[in-house]
Design a protein around this ligand. Structure first.
Ligand SMILES: CC(C)(COP(=O)(O)OP(=O)(O)OC[C@H]1O[C@@H](n2cnc3c(N)ncnc32)[C@H](O)[C@@H]1OP(=O)(O)O)[C@@H](O)C(=O)NCCC(=O)NCCS
Length: 436
C-alpha cells in the first residue's frame, strides 16, 4: 500500500530518512535530523520570498490559482459579491459562518456605533503636513490607536480581541476619510451612523454643505463590492506582516499598522496606480499593438496582468469589470477604459501572454473605476486597506489561537566572513565594498 511519506537519501552519508507527508506538505523541521554528523546543525530548507512554504494552517480563504478560484470560508467570491454585503462578508471571514438576520443586525449595530475616533486622534492627524500621503497618515494613525486603547495588549483575552476587532473595522473608514480630507485641505466630516458602512464612508469623504449626505446607491454598492473583493487573500505580503508582528504578541493596532505599511509598497497595494499610469502613457487605442510589441520585446511589463498565484483569469477582475460598467453609468465613462479593453483583447489572443499564463488581475480595472469615482491615486492603497483590515484580523485571530504558532523567526544561510580578530583603528584600510 502507498505510504504518505517521502524517502530521502543523503548522498553525502548514504543514510535514508522517511519523512511524513500530510496535507501535501512535509515539515521543514523533519529535515533537521539529516546531518553529516559531528557539529553539523542539520539540513534547513531555503525559500527566499516563501514561494513554496506554507507558514500556517488556515481555514479562512482558499485560492486555486490554476483554476482561478477564490473562496472565503468555502463561499465562492462571485456569490458573495453578488449577494452579500461587505459587513456580512466581514462577519463570515471573522466567525467562519454567514450571520443570521439577528446576528447581522447586532454586528452592523456594533460596527456602526464605534465609528467615532477620540478627538485627540483628530488633532493628531491635523498635525501631518498639508501634502502628507493619505496612506502614510493611515499607517501612523492606526499605530497611534494602540496608545489610546491600552487594553489592546491583552491579546490572549478573547474579549479584548473582540473589542479591538470591532474598533479597528469601525474606525478604519473614519481615519481613511480624515486622511483624504486632510490632503484636500477640507474639514473632517464626522461619521453618520444612520448610513451603511460604505455609505458612511462616502459621506465622510464627499459631504460638503448639505445637512445630510445621501450616497448614490449604485456607487455605494460598487464600493461595497470592491470591499468584498479585497477583504482577504490568504498569505499575501501584508497578511504575512500582520501575522509576523502579531506573533510577538504585539497589540493588534501595531500589527495592523505593520500590515498597512506592507500594503503601502507599490508591488502590493500600488499596482492599480501603475495600471493608470500605463494606460495614460499609451494614450489611445491605436497605440495598443505597438505597446504590446514593446512588452514582448522585454521593454517593461503589462501592468495589471499576471499574478504570483493566479495562472488563470483572476476571478476578482471579472467581477470588477462588471461593477465598473455600473459605476460608469453614474459617473460617465472613463476614457482609459477603451484602451484597457483593447489591451485585454489583444493580449488575450497573443501567444506570449497565453504561454506565460498572463491574465488581467484585480488591479487591471479597479484603478479606472476608482478614478471615475473621483478618487486621487494616493487614495488607492487606502481604499484597499479598509476592507483588508478584516482579513488581517481574521488571520491574526486564527494565529493567536493556533497552538502550533510561535514567534515568527526564520533561519538564514550565513554568507558573511568567517570569524576574525578585531583590527585596531590605526591599522585598518578602507575595505567597504561600496567604497570608491
Ligand atoms: C504580479 C507579478 C509580480 C507576478 O510575478 P511572478 O509570479 O513572480 O512572475 P515572474 O515575474 O517570475 O514572471 C514570469 C514570466 O512572465 C513574464 N511576465 C510576468 N508578468 C508579466 C507582465 N505583466 N507583462 C509581461 N510579462 C510578464 C515575465 O517576464 C517572466 O517571463 P520569462 O519567464 O520569459 O522571463 C507579475 O506578473 C507582474 O509584475 N505583473 C505586473 C504588475 C502587477 O499587475 N501587479 C499586481 C499583482 S496583484
Amino acid at each position: 500500500m502507498a505510504r504518505d511519506t517521502l524517502s530521502v537519501t543523503d548522498n553525502r552519508t548514504g543514510a535514508t530518512y522517511e519523512i511524513p507527508i500530510s496535507d501535501g506538505t512535509v515539515r521543514a523541521i523533519d529535515f533537521r535530523q539529516i546531518t553529516t554528523g559531528g557539529d553539523d546543525f542539520g539540513l534547513m530548507v531555503y525559500d527566499p520570498a516563501f514561494t513554496n512554504t506554507a507558514s500556517c494552517r488556515s481555514a479562512v480563504t482558499y485560492i486555486d490559482g490554476d483554476r482561478g478560484v477564490l473562496e472565503y470560508r468555502g463561499y465562492p467570491i462571485e456569490q458573495l459579491a453578488e449577494q452579500a454585503t461587505f459587513l456580512e462578508t466581514a462577519y463570515l471571514l471573522l466567525y467562519g459562518e454567514l450571520p443570521t438576520r439577528a446576528e447581522l443586525d447586532q454586528w452592523t449595530h456594533d460596527i456602526t456605533y464605534h465609528t467615532y475616533v477620540h478627538e485627540n486622534i483628530k488633532k493628531f492627524m491635523e498635525g501631518f503636513q498639508y501634502d502628507a500621503h493619505p496612506m502614510g497618515m493611515l499607517v501612523g494613525t492606526v499605530a497611534a490607536l494602540s496608545t489610546f486603547y491600552t487594553d489592546a495588549k491583552h491579546v490572549d483575552d478573547p474579549r479584548s480581541r473582540e473589542i479591538q476587532t470591532g474598533r479597528l473595522i469601525a474606525k478604519m473608514p473614519t481615519i481613511a476619510a480624515f486622511a483624504y480630507r486632510h490632503s484636500r485641505g477640507l474639514p473632517y466630516v464626522y461619521p453618520d451612523n444612520d448610513l451603511s458602512y460604505t455609505g458612511n464612508f462616502l459621506s465622510m469623504l464627499w459631504k460638503m454643505t448639505e445637512p445630510k449626505y445621501r450616497p448614490d446607491p449604485a456607487l455605494e454598492r460598487a464600493v461595497d463590492v470592491l470591499f468584498i473583493l479585497h477583504a482577504d487573500h490568504e498569505q499575501n505580503c501584508s497578511t504575512n506582516a500582520m501575522r509576523a508582528v502579531g506573533s510577538s504578541r504585539a497589540d493588534p493596532f501595531s500589527a495592523t499598522a505593520a500590515a498597512a505599511a506592507a500594503l503601502y509598497g507599490p508591488l502590493h497595494g500600488g499596482a492599480n496606480e501603475a495600471v493608470l499610469r500605463m494606460l495614460t502613457e499609451i494614450g489611445d487605442r491605436k497605440n495598443v499593438p505597438e505597446f504590446v510589441k514593446r512588452v514582448k520585446a522585454g521593454e517593461g511589463r503589462l501592468m495589471g496582468f499576471g499574478h504570483r498565484v493566479y495562472k488563470n483569469y483572476d476571478p476578482r477582475a471579472t467581477i470588477i469589470k462588471r461593477a465598473a460598467d455600473e459605476v460608469f453609468q453614474v459617473t460617465g465613462r472613463n476614457p482609459l477604459l477603451d484602451i484597457a479593453l483593447e489591451l485585454e483583447r489583444i493580449a488575450l489572443q497573443d501567444d506570449y501572454f497565453m504561454q506565460h499564463k498572463l491574465y488581467p488581475n484585480v488591479d487591471f480595472y479597479s484603478g479606472i473605476m476608482y478614478q471615475a469615482m473621483g478618487f486621487p491615486v494616493d487614495m488607492f492603497p487606502v481604499l484597499f486597506a479598509i476592507p483588508r483590515t478584516v482579513g488581517w484580523l481574521a488571520q491574526w485571530r486564527e494565529m493567536v489561537q493556533d497552538p502550533e504558532q510561535k514567534i515568527a523567526r526564520p533561519r538564514q544561510v550565513f554568507t558573511g566572513p568567517a570569524r576574525r580578530d578585531f583590527v585596531p583603528i590605526e591599522k585598518r584600510n578602507s575595505r567597504r565594498k561600496d567604497a570608491a
